[in-house]
Design a protein around this ligand. Sequence first.
Ligand code: Z5A
Length: 211
Amino acid sequence: MTTYQAKFITLEGSEGAGKSSAMATLTKQLTDWGINYIQTREPGGEPNAEHIRELLLHSDHLHARTELLLMFAARNEHVTKVIRPALEQGIWVVSDRFVDASYAYQGLGRGISWETIEYLEQWVVGDITPDLTLLLDVEPQTGLERAAKRSTKDRIEQEKAPFFDQIRRGYMTRAKADPERIKIIDANQSETAVQQQIIRQLHEFKSTVEG
Ligand code: Z5A
């Protein structure tokens, strides 16, 4: 397995968890530390992958398997053309979502087996594993109320509360299996409190990587 000097950080969470402000906090901290990083997102983060994102979020009646395969098709473009080259050049990568989202949304949400997702992960992503994942955990109802303030909803956002309960379970299962990497942020709290938790986790992470 390749060990990169540059680090790969991901943000995860279900609907209305507050990833946008979390991303701002995270990138400001990296900037303050003088770290050279790129900010990206999934699905997307590369021109072809952004086309696939459009299909994913705005097509009617996508079959669950098609949804999963498109997520991984976009991810293949993203990993090979953006994430891996950046890490190889010593540039940190910060991504709004990555593979954990596929386990939560397509696994628990759509009922696709984790073995299938593991197979695709191995094939497409290989050894590109995040060094740190900040999982913004919010009560589905709270998240949906926050998201309702937004004007429009994409195809996946139109799902109802039980779907987002499953997403939360999926993320929690991932976090339990890999507590060293996935740090849970209580996103039910105020934006300031969430910000403080993120900064605390980043300081801990920095001291770990600096040895
Ligand atoms: N998806 C998938 O299914 N499988 C995969 O493998 C991947 C993704 C990679 C697009 O992702 C969809 O793709 C997503 C999962 C799926 N679908 N869903 N749902 P995305 O990340 O681009 O889209 P998103 O999940 O809708 O995220 P978002 O809109 O970028 O962020 P958010 O966390 O949902 O919400 P926000 O905009 O940051 O915050 C929502 C509102 O709450 C906003 O007005 C904030 O000001 C407010 N807020 C935020 N924090 C707080 C606190 N702490 N208190 C009060 N109010 C707050």
